[in-house]
Design a protein around this ligand. Structure first.
Ligand SMILES: [Zn+2]
Length: 283
């Protein structure tokens, strides 16, 4: 091997060694960088303490005032996105519906943890306090509030000849229900009445599903349009809160008629109601 050849070999070995050294250094630096970055991320994630879940409260609210200036009170419970509206005594003499919803509120108060994280329960035990105070079906203007909501076919007098008001939403009580629906955007509405022991769904599949589920949980009769037609009853009154709700929001609504005018039927309804407010329901 001549000198020229030897020099060439030495140079290529040197070049190769330098190259390997550079590659190794870059790899080590990169790895160190990754370790440091990962450590920082880990430290950061450790330093962010997850916020404690907000304790659920039963908030009593004044939603508005009746014709006579009586408070229309209700409860807002939970912080979830899925609001559920439960209301009673839109007909003031149907006191059982108010008893039931007030009982539900006290049951929830004794165990607020039952409220599902994704739910916000809005309960108005007495929509019509002026009527309720004197055991009268209508409000202080003599209006059947459950005919005062704006639907197609609305008329001043309902099918049974009761006064629906000078125009839809003429009454403060129905305006308040409208405002609550606009504010909370409930995913379902249940309006409690007495007496009949039935569950009556609004039109459409979601209301039928909810109605059948509620009827199955309570044992009340599932009473849809077909059942009413078989009984020769015109049940589909324009202007009801539930009809307006379903047609306006596309969400399910049912009317539940408790078995007695002055009975809350708690034992009958508790499984359904506790299912609705908790996460155990799968309607
Ligand atoms: Zn009623």
């Amino acid at each position: 091997m001549d000198n020229l050849e030897k020099n060439k070999n030495h140079r290529s070995i040197l070049c190769w060694t330098v190259f390997m050294a550079v590659v190794l250094s870059v790899t080590i630096c990169l790895q160190l960088y990754i370790w440091t970055a990962e450590r920082e991320i880990n430290l950061q994630s450790l330093s962010v303490v997850a916020p404690a879940p907000k304790p659920i409260k039963v908030e009593k609210k004044v939603f508005g005032y009746s014709v006579k200036g009586n408070l229309i009170e209700g409860y807002e419970i939970g912080y979830g996105k899925e609001a559920i509206l439960l209301m009673g005594a839109i007909h003031g003499n149907e006191v059982g519906s108010a008893y039931l919803l007030n009982r539900l509120v006290s049951e929830i108060k004794s165990n607020v943890k039952i409220i599902s994280k994704n739910k916000r329960i809005i309960i108005i035990p007495v929509v019509n306090p002026d009527g309720y105070n004197i055991q009268q079906k209508f409000n202080a203007n003599g209006v059947n509030l459950n005919l005062n909501f704006n639907t197609t076919g609305w008329a001043n007098y309902g099918p049974q000849g009761t006064y629906a008001g000078p125009k839809p939403f003429s009454e403060p009580e129905s305006q308040i229900v409208k405002k609550i629906v606009e504010r909370y955007r409930p995913i379902m509405m249940i309006s409690y009445h007495t007496a009949g022991g039935i569950v009556s769904p609004e039109e459409g599949g979601p209301s039928a599903i909810l109605g059948k589920w509620y009827a199955q949980k309570t044992g009340y009769e599932y009473y849809d349009d077909a059942a009413a037609a078989a009984d020769n009853v015109d049940w589909n009154f324009p202007g009801t809160s539930t009809m307006w709700f379903t047609r306006t929001t596309g969400k399910p609504a049912i009317t539940v008629e408790l078995s007695q005018i002055d009975q809350g039927d708690w034992d009958i309804n508790k499984t359904a109601l506790m299912g609705i407010v908790s996460s155990s329901t799968n309607i």
